[in-house]
Write a protein that binds this ligand. Structure first.
Ligand code: SAH
Length: 273
């Protein structure tokens, strides 16, 4: 089912009183409280949909949540491995692994998206190059807080901001669960208290474009940016470079791009511009 249609069907399920909707690759599963009068559209069609809905069925009660949990695997990104809490007890970390416990749920950023993985890999490289320990890092659009938490766990002084107050709450919970300190603040890039040495921002292409100058201003040294699609990479990069950033590294995965940029011109760059 095309994503837009899935969203419509999901919206109908929520409107019909679902208390949860799980989007699986070829199926939408909705949960209803026992006894909820379910007012679903006729089987022959949800008018906004181009194709008829063939069948609504009431399934035998099953532990859907357990089924869903069984599909979630730990995710590796460089030396960082993100493990859901229910697999923590069985997880055996490799010698140099940074294990982060983050559950899928209320916020974006569980490693199940290429952009999060690409950002974690770039942070991991910064750490290997000795440029994370003891430095200030700001995570703009923190979601679950996974990037700020990874930076803090590697010795950075981390701040996280997100315009979604839920994400800020989830970031605080996840930081505590992983035993690291992250200052989480509701708001945008302007809430980053003082320019951080490293800013990491996994947003979307248009947001990157419109915030390019602000992201540059918020970072004194390096900037890691993702959420950029391969097709519209030039849109984000043009804006970042026009704002004065210099591309240092680019990574791609699953049609997404992450870049690492120098945000301040080096004293010896000598352009005089
Ligand atoms: N950092 C996480 C989450 C990325 S999802 C990861 O890498 O997986 C993007 C997040 O950015 C969302 O939580 C969204 O609420 C937030 N966001 C979107 N626009 C923003 C803006 N202008 N300023 C701050 N946060 C923003």
């Amino acid at each position: 089912m095309a994503p837009a249609r899935r969203d419509l069907v999901a919206a109908h399920l929520w409107a019909a009183g679902a208390c949860g909707v799980w989007e699986r690759p070829a199926q939408l599963v909705a949960w209803f409280e026992d006894g909820t009068p379910i007012d679903l559209p006729e089987p022959h069609g949800v008018p906004e949909l181009a194709v008829p809905v063939r069948r609504w069925s009431r399934e035998e009660d099953r532990d859907w949540q357990a089924d869903w949990k069984a599909t979630i695997r730990p995710v590796e990104a460089g030396r960082t491995v993100i493990v859901p809490s229910w697999l923590e007890a069985d997880h055996e970390p490799a010698a140099d692994e940074l294990t982060l416990i983050v559950d899928p749920g209320r916020a974006f950023g569980t490693g199940h998206h290429a952009t999060t993985v690409l950002c974690l890999e770039l942070l991991d490289e910064l750490d290997l190059a000795g440029r994370l320990q003891g430095r200030t890092v700001a995570d703009v659009g923190c979601g679950t807080g996974v990037l700020a938490i990874a930076a803090a766990a590697r010795g950075a002084v981390a701040t996280a901001v997100d315009i979604d107050p839920d994400a800020v709450e989830v970031t605080r919970e996840n930081a505590a669960r992983n035993g690291v300190e992250v200052t989480a603040i509701a708001g945008g890039v302007d809430q980053v208290p003082a320019a951080a040495e490293v800013v990491v921002a996994n947003l979307i292409t248009d947001t990157v474009r419109s915030l390019a100058a602000d992201l540059l201003a918020a970072s004194t040294d390096e900037l890691i940016v993702s959420g950029i699609t391969v097709e519209r990479e030039h849109v984000a990069l043009d804006a970042l470079e026009a704002a004065g950033a210099q591309l240092l590294e680019r990574r791609e995965g699953d049609g997404w791009v992450a870049v690492r940029l120098r945000s301040a011109p080096h004293a010896d760059a000598g352009s005089g511009a």
